[in-house]
Design a protein. Structure first.
Lengths: 188, 308
């Protein structure tokens, strides 16, 4: 299959997968928390996946042809992270700002998530080719290295939100550390 | 040795029962004339409607399907939906509970059926508050814990009560998540408090495995992790039992774990709670709304020790 078609197919698979996940969440006993957790979890998977393109492309140059997919995964991840926040504000708190503030007051994990999401906003806005040209590739790349701040914060947020240390966020963090170590070693 | 006078329900508490009726938590299920904790037959439990929840507007009892499908029972997995799927194979009949410890003059082995025939089942509609900041309203059926404890004839060594959940690696896929059996504990005065019960049913249905079948602890003024499930042992002991969550993470969980919106969990707020089955949040109440009944047990309400 040609890269373009495969990328389209992968996007379709992601769309269907997310729809299935959301439909399952809606049927859960506690729709609000299921939707919140599902969107948050998938945001972490997809955002982490964007960081794998460079190391994987280094070892398997053929994969570089799929680089446009990185942008798509990043945008999916951003959309889910936004949805995650909006579900928290609407379904979970019903716009009760005072209660939300109480929840945030002194609770590190919420701030980690919020900062991560804020950092992703400029990245989503400049994820198109036009913005890339306007900024110049070097500037654009500098901006997008914010990923290396946002994703660790997001995964820290995931880890700390659980009652106990669970396997999944730890696994994601292990992958992240591997990417960071690889990056450090291959830095020019 | 008979029960010490200090362990008998104080008169003030007895009086408070009438005030509880005013709270209306149980007024819908029990006729006023029979008193709050009067025995009722199982079929007497009426349809559940709105329950006046003392200053929070109206609360509605959570639907049975919801109660049975949103559970924390780590021995069957960490996700809320795991227990309702993985626990189905747990064999809960026959089942017996051993009551002993150095504080019990009359230890014994009780079959669930014996407990049912010996003590009348009572119905209590209680608020339920998880330490994870979600809440339900659950119509329990069960027996007052005090009756079971008094039958074991506590002596002067009975200062605490230790509860132990079944630990069966064959039947529980995640039995060793905490390295051993799930342990919970209460002080003896907490355990003989009239609000504390051993539940065997919800909505007049026997407990399902995921809700702690066949018998579990219910202490509505405390966070849900105190409600030990599928109990196999109850010991009256002299020293404070190290309960599982306290052992797991002593900075975040302690022995008393009384609900208090003013003492946050180290990683999240306890000021409000999500009501499962509906949207939005409500404010959390001191002692989960049972302050009038239990606050006298805790002399210093600014002592964090009591509230995590």
């Amino acid at each position: 299959m040609r890269p373009k078609r495969l990328i389209l197919a992968i996007n379709l698979v992601i769309l269907l997968l997310l729809l299935g996940q959301m439909l399952a969440a809606i049927q859960a006993s506690d729709m609000a928390s299921e939707l919140r957790d599902t969107s948050g979890r998938w945001a972490s998977y997809l955002l982490l996946a964007t960081m794998l393109f460079t190391p994987l492309g280094y070892y398997r140059p053929v994969l570089r042809r799929y680089l446009p997919l990185r942008r798509h995964l990043g945008l999916w991840g951003f959309a889910l992270a936004m949805m995650h926040l909006l579900i928290w504000v609407t379904l979970e708190f019903g716009f009760a700002w005072a209660l939300m503030w109480q929840e945030m007051d002194g609770n590190l994990f919420i701030w980690l998530g919020l900062v991560a999401l804020l950092l992703l906003v400029p990245l989503a806005l400049t994820s198109n080719t036009r913005a890339m040209r306007k900024l110049g590739y070097r500037n654009w790349q500098a901006w997008h290295s914010l990923t290396y701040v946002a994703v660790p914060l997001a995964l820290g947020h995931y880890l700390l939100a659980q009652k106990v240390v669970t396997a999944e966020p730890v696994l994601l963090l292990v992958v992240l550390v591997m990417v960071l170590v690889w990056r450090y070693r291959h830095a020019h | 040795m008979p029960i010490k006078s200090s362990e008998i329900t104080p008169e003030a508490l007895y009086r408070q029962r009438r005030r509880m009726i005013a709270l209306g938590l149980a007024s819908l299920t029990l006729p006023l004339t029979s008193g709050l904790f009067a025995n009722t037959k199982e079929q007497d439990m009426p349809e559940l409607g709105d329950i006046d929840s003392d200053g929070q507007g109206k609360l509605t009892a959570t639907k049975l399907e919801t109660i049975n499908s949103y559970n924390n029972y780590y021995e069957f997995g960490f996700a809320k939906t795991d227990p309702s799927q993985a626990a189905k194979t747990l064999i809960t009949s026959p089942w017996s509970v051993e009551i002993g410890g150095e504080g019990a003059d009359k230890p014994g082995l009780y079959d669930i059926a014996d407990l049912h025939s010996e003590y009348a089942i009572e119905n209590r509609i209680y608020r339920f508050r998880c330490v994870e900041a979600w809440a339900m309203v659950i119509p329990w059926n069960g027996i007052p814990l005090a009756k079971v404890i008094k039958a074991a004839q506590p002596n002067s060594k009975a200062r605490y009560v230790r509860f132990q959940t079944l630990h069966d690696t064959q039947q529980m896929p995640n039995a060793n998540w905490a390295g051993g059996p799930y342990i919970e504990g209460l002080t003896i005065t907490e355990a003989i408090h009239p609000l504390a019960m051993l539940a065997t049913g919800i909505y007049n249905q026997p407990l399902e495995q995921q809700t702690g079948a066949p018998i579990r602890l219910v202490v509505p003024w405390k966070y849900g992790f105190k409600y030990a499930k599928s109990i196999v042992r109850i010991d009256l002991v002299e020293s404070m039992p190290r309960n599982t969550w306290w052992r797991q993470n002593p900075n975040e969980y302690g022995f008393y774990a009384n609900v208090n919106p003013r003492f946050d969990h180290p990683r999240w707020s306890q000021a409000s709670e999500r009501v499962i089955g509906s949207f939005g949040r409500q404010k959390t109440l001191l002692f989960n709304g049972y302050a009038d009944q239990v606050a006298y047990l805790y002399p210093d309400l600014s002592d964090r020790r009591y509230f995590y």
